[in-house]
Design a protein around this ligand. Structure first.
Ligand SMILES: [Zn+2]
Length: 493
């Protein structure tokens, strides 16, 4: 008898084609039939629900979460079965176990532990925690650079460049899907375009990607897009622009120009894709956004605190409200937070994005969905950690009709799987791995808010990871069936 049959469902197979009715049969981790299922050990009647490939979060910072929260409840409950970690230039590997892994990863990868130095070691250590979902990794420029040359504010010597290149190649050999940068962050901001081109070239023989948190997402967005496209052209590597946005009120609407430039590149045959999160606020490590010599008041005024070890009482509050209550200037408050002990690890949420720009982004056919969630459950994280994928389906598909259901599912599944080199995933198709989500298209909705962000969505009925039921009507089953995936290769065993 086969393991699992999901009967009478509307299948959204991930291709973007029209939904159809079928039974789906799962055995030994894979989809064995899409059509009429035989009798199974477990039978599920999916009448009225849609069955889609498990969602793929192309923009995750979950490197450490696989150690800290191996149940990955915040992703699994959304229907996410695979994440791409190591984004924005910060990755768990390469690592120096004698150093401070959290500091080397920019403070956003809390939870890292273990004696690993490379991707193979990371995979082994992560699998020991029996993760609930799959993970694919990028190797991060900031991490590689910090390991090689610390926080030096200069370009690398030839020897340092060769060392960095070696780190990137080693990660690619072991199954990383590409090289990521965060050129707005330290130490990436001190690197020139040529350095990045040279390191992206190391990815080319493996066919992987170059993903980037661009050098600028505000006043100089279009310059940053030019730089990214140039890196893609000169390295000969597929360019993926992370969390595409135009930040700051003065720049709202510029995503149209940016996408027009991407379209022009696509027309020349360049490989370019993007992702976006469906919220008007960003989030990150607060110290990265401020120059303490000249604190940006406009930015300070749109910030709320997510987590702050220095001042727990500030979590969940806007800086302007705290400053008013304390009778100090908001810029002085920024200074106090960032210069306090542990203050440099404060995670903030900044309301910098225009709602209309999210819709413009989601209309683009090469736009995937990435949560950019920072998996720190202390304080009040950005709600995107718990809500991203249901929010696209509820708000942008069902309520606003920005894109159709089949197309939204394609952008969250097959497009991501093909771009990021996930073998036999991202479709409801015979022979493919059974990563699946069963949901009610009329009811699916994110419930996480800025005030109450740690809430799992409604309407996600069942999530299957590698053929095993991982989430069942609100319950996390704890089967720990997640795998560490390798670019265009079988999973790491
Ligand atoms: Zn980023």
């Amino acid at each position: 008898m086969i393991d699992l049959a999901i009967r009478n469902v509307r299948v959204l197979d991930g291709s973007g084609g029209p939904a159809f009715d079928a039974d789906v049969e799962i055995d030994a981790g894979r989809i064995t039939t899409v059509g009429r299922a035989a009798a199974a050990t477990r039978e599920i009647d999916g009448h009225g629900a849609c069955l889609a490939p498990g969602f793929i979060d192309t923009h995750a910072h979950d490197d450490g979460a696989f150690f800290r929260y191996p149940g990955m409840e915040f992703k699994l409950a959304q229907g996410v079965t695979t994440v791409v970690s190591g984004n924005c230039g910060f990755s768990a590997i390469p690592a120096d176990p004698s150093g401070d892994a959290v500091a080397a990863s920019g403070g956003i990868l809390a939870g890292l532990s273990g004696e690993f130095t490379d991707l193979r070691g990371y995979f082994t250590a992560a699998l020991a925690h029996k993760p609930a979902i799959n993970n694919l990794m990028l190797v991060g420029h900031n991490t590689v650079r910090t390991l090689t040359m610390g926080m030096e504010q200069r370009g690398p010597t030839a020897a340092e460049l060769a060392t960095m290149r070696g780190h990137v190649e080693r990660a690619m050999e072991q199954g990383a899907c590409g090289f990521s940068t965060g050129l707005i962050y330290r130490p990436g901001r001190w690197s020139g375009t040529e350095e990045v081109i040279e390191l992206a070239k190391a990815v080319k023989p493996f066919g992987g990607l170059y993903t980037t948190h661009m050098r600028n997402e505000g006043d100089r967005l279009l310059d940053a897009v030019e730089e990214s496209l140039r890196i893609g052209v000169e390295s000969g590597v597929h360019l993926h622009i992370s969390h595409h946005k135009s930040a700051g009120r003065a720049n709202w609407g510029k995503v149209k120009d940016s996408l027009a430039r991407v379209d022009a590149a696509l027309a020349t045959g360049q490989a370019v894709t993007l992702d976006v999160y469906p919220y008007t606020a960003g989030s990150g490590r607060m110290i990265e956004y401020f120059n303490l010599e000249r604190i940006d008041r406009t930015l300070a005024e749109v910030i709320r605190i997510a987590s702050c070890a220095a001042f727990r009482e500030y979590e969940g509050r806007m800086l302007v409200d705290i400053a008013a209550e304390r009778g100090i200037d908001v810029t002085e408050l920024v200074r106090q937070i960032l210069t306090a002990p542990l203050g440099d690890r404060t995670i903030c949420i900044h309301f910098i994005i225009d709602e209309a720009d999210i819709e413009t982004n989601l209309r683009h056919r090469d736009m995937m969905v990435g949560s950019d969630g920072i998996p720190d459950l202390r304080g009040r994280p950005h709600p995107r950690l718990f809500g991203t994928f249901p929010r696209v389906l509820a708000r942008y598909v069902r309520e606003r009709g920005v894109l159709g259901l089949e197309e939204a599912v394609r952008r969250m599944t097959s497009l991501s799987a093909e771009t990021f080199g996930l073998l036999e995933r991202g479709r409801v198709k015979e022979g493919y791995w059974a990563d699946l989500v069963l949901f009610d298209p009329a009811a699916v909705v994110d419930t996480a808010t800025y005030d109450d962000p740690k809430r799992e969505p409604d309407g996600i009925q069942l999530v299957v990871v590698n053929g095993q039921v991982a989430y069942d009507r609100g319950q996390h089953t704890g089967v720990g069936a997640g795998k560490m995936l390798r670019y265009r290769r079988s999973a790491f065993e």
